[in-house]
Write a protein that binds this ligand. Structure first.
Ligand SMILES: [Cu+2]
Length: 159
């Protein structure tokens, strides 16, 4: 191979590696994001995921174009009754996978602009704030799963 061309190729390769390194340095990782499918005219649904921050942080906001109002909710037992309500933020301790599922913290998509159908994907923008008060946004595409999906119990990894 021509030596100059060879050098150029190496440079291009180094650049693409650099690009990858940039992506990998994102501080917060979101896995298994999904949204529960709705029936027509259903006003709200839930979004679920696993969030891992690499430094002590908190999830302060979630936004989505499919909902007019997006809230972070917590399920809790009060006097033997399951209740859910909004929380201002959710702590994301460094390196710990925090699960948002139907029985605990979850993201509530309220004022849906249309039906959320199985097979669609829903964009979510998470705002995460670190201990220094610096905010980063994480873009996620959540897969829409059907209503019949078993609650809080995922068999997909067993097969
Ligand atoms: Cu809720």
């Amino acid at each position: 191979m021509h030596p100059v061309l060879n050098t150029l190729k190496r440079a291009a390769c180094a650049l693409s590696l650099l690009g990858l390194a940039f992506q990998a340095s994102a501080q917060t990782k979101v896995d298994d994001a999904w949204v529960r499918a709705t029936v027509a005219s259903q006003p709200a649904t839930g979004a679920f995921m696993t969030v891992t921050a690499d430094s002590d942080s908190k999830l302060v906001k979630v936004a989505s174009p499919v909902a007019k109002d997006v809230q972070i909710h917590e399920m809790s037992m009060k006097d033997d009754v399951m209740k859910m309500g909004p929380v201002a933020s959710v702590d994301l301790p460094a390196g710990k996978a925090v699960t948002f599922d139907p029985s605990g913290y979850h993201v509530m998509l309220m004022g849906l602009t249309g039906q959320v159908k199985e097979g669609d994907s829903v964009p979510l923008t998470l705002t995460v704030e670190n201990a220094k008060g610096e905010q980063e946004t994480v873009e996620v595409k959540a897969a829409v799963r059907s209503l019949t999906h078993m609650e809080g119990h995922d068999h997909s990894k067993m097969h």
